[in-house]
Write a new protein. Structure first.
Length: 250
């Protein structure tokens, strides 16, 4: 497995680049993705965010029709890694307390960076949601505070690297501040102030609300090209998933 230090360096190197999509047609299209994906065999629909833990580990794919409106492709986006002009963008919805999000981050993401992001084939854009209570909400605010200092990838990587193998991470305010200090946040005073900033919290809350409106009820959830996939799938599944999307743009 790639070491945390080399991984942080690699991700920072390829992070060269608010999610808000109010266009009704995009919402309807994406709901179609999620409903289809969740109704495939062995995967029932998730009624509430809290019930998503049973759906987090399972996952299937379902074809849709082209790039989605929520793909940002912003050169200065601190919540993305990879070339802004990469042929395929994979959006990942995460909750910093989600054990399956942490598993993907530790076990699969480093290889995807080496095999797809580094050669310029793939760009990954992250979107935070808060599905596991108040601590998830606070963690989403902290992630936005880290993004405000261009330290988003380093921050979420540190949290996921330290996450338990099962259950939800205990992310108190003190822990969130400690992680910021541990990754070398340039301005700790500004980071701490952002934790209490109503505008920063509103921005984080808007992302969760938008994800829920789109139908994302289980994390991690991915959309690459015109295909959705849910759950921390094996590396081989992600290779097949991404290769199929790359074949479509060749």
């Amino acid at each position: 497995m790639t070491s945390p230090q080399s991984r942080h360096t690699l991700e920072a190197k390829y992070r060269r680049s608010k999610i808000w999509n109010g266009v009704l047609i995009a919402v309807v299209a994406f709901l179609g993705i999620v409903v289809a994906a969740q109704l495939l065999p062995d995967q029932g629909p998730t009624a509430t965010p809290e019930a998503s833990s049973s759906g987090e580990a399972a996952g299937e794919q379902e074809s849709t029709g082209g790039d989605m409106e929520f793909v940002r492709r912003d050169t200065d986006d601190p919540r993305a890694i990879g070339d802004v002009d990469a042929p395929v963008v994979m959006t990942e919805w995460i909750d910093l307390r989600c054990p399956y999000c942490a598993s993907f981050s530790r076990d699969t993401l480093p290889t995807l960076i080496e095999e797809y992001v580094e050669p310029g084939h793939l760009r990954i854009e992250f979107t935070d949601v808060a599905y596991f209570g108040e601590q998830s909400e606070d963690a989403a605010v902290a992630a936005q505070a880290a993004a405000n200092q261009d330290m988003y990838v380093e921050y979420i990587t540190a949290i996921f690297d330290a996450a338990p193998e099962s259950g939800h991470a205990d992310l108190t305010r003190e822990v969130l501040i400690d992680f910021a200090d541990g990754v070398g946040m340039p301005d700790m005073a500004a980071f701490t102030a952002d934790l209490d900033d109503p505008d920063v919290r509103a921005q984080a809350e808007a992302e969760t609300l938008n994800a829920q409106r789109l139908g994302v009820s289980a994390v991690p959830f991915f959309v690459a090209g015109d295909t959705a996939m849910s759950g921390a799938q094996p590396l081989t599944s992600f290779r097949q998933y991404l290769d199929e999307q790359l074949d479509k743009v060749d």
